[in-house]
Write a protein that binds this ligand. Structure first.
Ligand SMILES: [Zn+2]
Length: 284
């Protein structure tokens, strides 16, 4: 995972030619946003550099789904001064920063320890290539993936959710087994089985209920997503199988996605994959 290693050779280059081998946070941002431009984020979102300054030099990076206090502690332990997450720690704005809740405490700890926080959120959801949903589709072995609901003003490769095809149709129970296994889901909440094979799969990592009508309109056999409420399950209405695998479970491979984007493009600092389970939902 580490390409830096603090070798004497690298140190010599660093000390003799100032900043020769250092990467600024801005350069990493540029790389991520060449894949997932910030302009593709939803209007309610707060993706981008949330804490820290873009001209800071990167010592090491920690990739995670969420940034919580334990994530900052992990970064400190690793000597990382940049956390790249999917979910923005500041979402609805802060009017006071006095440590009254976990968001404020996380921000305070990050600033005190000179750790920057960057989030690639709905902009990473809304791109097909190297996006959150393509990653899920790859884990399920889907082919011919395309955007489920393209953005009106953008190209066909930008928008919400994806549609993909299973190479071989499966019966519903076999598909749920595959889903549970590949997505490491402890529990799948689903609607009534319809007794027909699964071939066309619609996916939206995270809260995807808003895409259910589009998944039905596109004749998807199943909609894999999370955060469905009781009454929203009724909306399947015999048209589709809804499989709610949990928010964290659906987006967990985004950590791998961010790790791969960063580690394949930058070799002069270490990129780490978080070992902390930030899922706030526990199963009994
Ligand atoms: Zn999410």
């Amino acid at each position: 995972m580490s390409h830096l290693g603090g070798s004497f050779g690298i140190l010599c280059v660093y000390w003799t030619t100032k900043n020769y081998d250092m990467t600024k946070i801005s350069e990493l941002i540029q790389q991520i946003e060449s894949i997932a431009p910030l302009c593709y984020q939803e209007s309610y979102d707060n993706a981008g550099l949330i804490v820290g300054q873009a001209d800071q030099e990167i010592k090491a990076v920690l990739c995670s789904l969420d940034t919580i206090e334990a994530t900052i502690d992990e970064a400190i332990g690793l000597g990382a001064n940049l956390i790249v997450s999917h979910h923005p720690i500041i979402f609805g704005g802060l009017s006071k920063i006095n440590g009254a809740n976990y968001v404020e405490r996380t921000v305070i700890k990050a600033i005190k320890n000179d750790i920057a926080i960057y989030a690639a959120h709905t902009n990473l959801d809304n791109v097909l290539h190297q996006g959150v949903n393509q990653k899920i589709g790859q884990k399920l072995g889907l082919e011919a993936m395309e955007i489920l609901q393209p953005m009106a003003i953008a190209q066909e490769h930008i928008g919400a959710g994806i549609l993909g095809i299973l190479p071989t149709p499966m019966d519903e129970k076999a598909f749920l087994d595959l889903l549970k296994n590949r997505m490491q889901a402890k529990c799948i909440r689903h609607t009534e089985l319809l007794g027909k094979p699964i071939r066309k799969v619609a996916i939206c990592g995270g809260s995807g209920q808003f895409l259910l009508p589009t998944a039905i309109k596109n004749k998807a056999d199943v909609f894999v997503s999370a955060d469905f409420k009781y009454h929203q399950f009724f909306d399947a209405d015999g048209h589709i199988l809804i499989a709610d695998i949990g928010h964290f479970e659906s987006e967990q491979y985004t950590i791998e996605l961010l790790f791969d984007i960063i580690s394949t493009n930058f070799s002069n600092f270490a990129t780490h994959y978080t070992k902390i389970d930030t899922n706030p939902v526990k199963y009994y």
